[in-house]
Design a protein around this ligand. Structure first.
Ligand code: NI
Length: 255
C-alpha cells in the first residue's frame, strides 16, 4: 500500500470532493497520507482532518511564503497543536528564494525557530527548499543534533547534494516532477540514491504527475511517482511501494 507523505487535502480545491477522495483511499491503494500545514489556519485544518480520519496524519508549520505573519505567539500555537497525537511532524517549513514572498532574513529566522520547536517537541521536520539549497543546508548543519531529522519535500536539488542531506539524517522525497519528460535532475536522484532513504509524495493539489498533467493532483496519483522510480532503478513497483511505505512509517514514527 502507498504512503503519500505530502498532500494538502485541506486545500479549497478539495472542498467539493474531499470526502469521496478519502473514502476511495483503499480502492486506490493508498494506506495513509500526511497533510502538512502552510500557515496556522491550514495547520488547524490538517489536525482536524487527522482527528476525523484514521488514515490521515498531520504536520503543523508555517511555509516560508507566510512567515511574514509570524511572531512568538505563532510558535506557541504550533507548540500546542503539536501535542495532538496525530501530529507527526513540523512542516512545511523552509526557505523559498524563487518567489521571495517574505524577506530572506525573516524566512531564515522563522525556519530556525520552527526547527528548534521540532527538536523541543521531538518531531521530524518537513522542508520546503526552493532555490535556497545552500542556506537550507547551512542552517540544518548549524542546528544539527541527535534530535534533528526529517524530509526534503519535493526534492529538486542535485544527487550530489542529496547525500549531504542524508548525512544529516534526512530522507529525500520525490514528487510529480520525477515523471516529467524533461526533469533530468529528479530522475538522476531517483536512480542514484539508496531506496532506504527515499519517500514518495504528490504535493496535491499541485505538481500533477504525467500522465495527468493539467488536472488537479490527488493522492491516488502517487502511484505514478512510485512507478517512475521503479523504472529508473530497474526494480519492481511493489518493492518501491513497500520500502517507501516502511521509510515513511519510520520517519513519522507510525506503527
Ligand atoms: Ni506542500
Amino acid at each position: 500500500m502507498l504512503f503519500d507523505t505530502h498532500a494538502h487535502l485541506d486545500d479549497d480545491r478539495f472542498d467539493k470532493d474531499r470526502e469521496r477522495i478519502i473514502e476511495n483511499f483503499k480502492e486506490d491503494g493508498i494506506e495513509m497520507i500526511v497533510n502538512p500545514g502552510a500557515d496556522i489556519a491550514s495547520s488547524v485544518k490538517a489536525v482536524s482532518l487527522a482527528k476525523k480520519y484514521e488514515n490521515i496524519y498531520a504536520a503543523v508549520g508555517v511555509h516560508p511564503h507566510e512567515v511574514d505573519t509570524m511572531d512568538e505567539n505563532t510558535i506557541e500555537v504550533l507548540r500546542e497543536l503539536a501535542q495532538n497525537e496525530k501530529v507527526v511532524a513540523i512542516g512545511e517549513i523552509g526557505l523559498d528564494y524563487y518567489y521571495d514572498n517574505s524577506p530572506r532574513d525573516i524566512q531564515k529566522k522563522w525556519f530556525r525557530e520552527q526547527i528548534r520547536l521540532a527538536k523541543e517537541v521531538d518531531l521530524p521536520i518537513i522542508i520546503h527548499d526552493r532555490d535556497a539549497h545552500e542556506d537550507t543546508y547551512n542552517i540544518l548543519k548549524e542546528e544539527n543534533d541527535d534530535r534533528l531529522r526529517g524530509i526534503m519535500h519535493c526534492y529538486q536539488s542535485s544527487l550530489e547534494m542529496s547525500q549531504q542531506f542524508i548525512d544529516l539524517g534526512f530522507y529525500i522525497s520525490l514528487a510529480g516532477p520525477v515523471t516529467f519528460k524533461k526533469a533530468k535532475t529528479p530522475k538522476e536522484v531517483a536512480a542514484g540514491i539508496s531506496l532506504d532513504r527515499l519517500l514518495i509524495e504528490t504535493d496535491s493539489p499541485y505538481l500533477t504527475p504525467t500522465p495527468n498533467r493539467g488536472k488537479r493532483n490527488e493522492p491516488a496519483y502517487v502511484r505514478y511517482v512510485a512507478g517512475m522510480i521503479a523504472e529508473l532503478k530497474g526494480i519492481s513497483y511493489n518493492e518501491v511501494v513497500k520500502q517507501t511505505n516502511e521509510n515513511a512509517k519510520k520517519i513519522f514514527a507510525i506503527k
